[in-house]
Ligand binder design. Structure first.
Ligand code: NDP
Length: 286
């Protein structure tokens, strides 16, 4: 009887890769569906990215994630881009479609999925801190999900203005840039506040966004893209104000689940992915 010992390969290219738990939740979901697929977490330096992508092609990998610092630079090594990755200008998921490597972006859709159970997004007003790769993805997908307005607050003015223009030019959502040169006052009519900067990311867990905390109202939903730690200073402060909060673990699981579907064509169990992540990160309230 013939047997198949050849696993399908997926993985991640990033540096640093040491603390990336994605493989744990992906492999749990593969096992759950009886798929002989693997997810290999690879430490890849910027100068080695081209060869890493060539290697993935040579080994017929079914797809891979890209994280810091490869999300933009990987584009020049791919064959084509999906629609949202093209608008966002960054790729976090590469899909092998009939031998062609296609760049997709699941970060923003993952965020939208994670926040949907806490807030119906249509016509809502959003304040978004950050204008990097993940912020671009989140802003574009929130706009495509129908929010009324996004205020981009970012330290670097040029990047912030560029993101506001990107949203305004490509979607029907209103977008404007607010400078972040002093303590930021969140407009009282805001429905959703999101941190997509790296302020508060491990190991700088005590770093705080420069926001007037009196402007955080209990009517606001406050979300953080950071999942390490899940309980950032922003999330802690928002809880003391009585806000509904959404931490970055939901975004991590949901963006992974969308990548899983792109690669395998199957829907993974979110519960299995969350359980694997909880075990790996020693978190009880995921
Ligand atoms: P980038 O490096 O592309 O962007 C970093 C952003 O943080 C920029 O807006 C930058 O502002 C801002 N920033 C960094 N340090 C400071 C500071 N000291 N003061 C003010 N602003 C600062 O990173 P990414 O967009 O890829 O990632 C951003 C965050 O999102 C990270 O924390 C990452 O962990 C998280 N993330 C979470 C995911 C999830 O699944 N939960 C998925 C992807 C990302 P400036 O432009 O002024 O430099």
């Amino acid at each position: 009887m013939s047997k198949n010992f050849l696993s399908e390969l997926t993985g991640s290219f990033a540096t640093p890769a040491l603390e990336n738990p994605t493989g744990v939740m992906m492999e749990a979901a593969y096992r759950d569906l009886g798929l002989d697929w693997r997810y290999i977490n690879c430490e890849i330096q910027p100068d080695d990215l081209k060869n890493a992508v060539l290697g993935a092609r040579a080994m017929n990998w079914r797809g891979f994630n890209c994280s810091i610092p490869h999300k933009v630079s990987v584009i020049s090594h791919l064959d084509d881009l999906g629609e949202s990755a093209r608008i966002i200008g960054a790729v976090n998921t590469v899909v092998n479609r009939n031998g062609k490597l296609i760049g997709e972006n699941t970060d923003g859709r993952g965020f939208v999925e994670s926040v949907k159970s806490s807030l119906e997004l249509t016509n809502k007003r959003v304040v978004l801190f950050g204008a990097g790769g993940a912020a671009r993805a989140v802003a574009v997908e929130l706009a495509l999900a129908g929010v009324a307005q996004i205020i981009i607050v970012n330290r670097n003015q040029e990047r912030g203005e560029e993101l506001a223009k990107l949203v305004a030019d490509n979607t029907s959502t209103g977008a404007e840039y607010h400078a972040w040169t002093k303590q930021y006052q969140i407009p009282v009519e805001t429905d959703l506040v999101i941190n997509v900067t790296s302020i508060g990311l491990y190991p700088n867990v005590d770093a705080e966004l420069d926001i007037d905390t009196d402007s955080i109202k209990s009517s606001m939903v406050v979300a953080d893209g950071i999942f390490n730690p899940p309980e950032t200073r922003l999330i802690q402060t928002a809880k003391t104000k009585g806000c509904t909060t959404v931490n970055g673990l939901g975004m991590l699981v949901q963006q992974g689940a969308i990548a899983f579907e792109y690669w395998t064509g199957k829907t993974p169990s979110i519960e299995v992915m969350k359980a694997a992540l909880s075990d790996a990160l020693d978190i009880t309230d995921l």
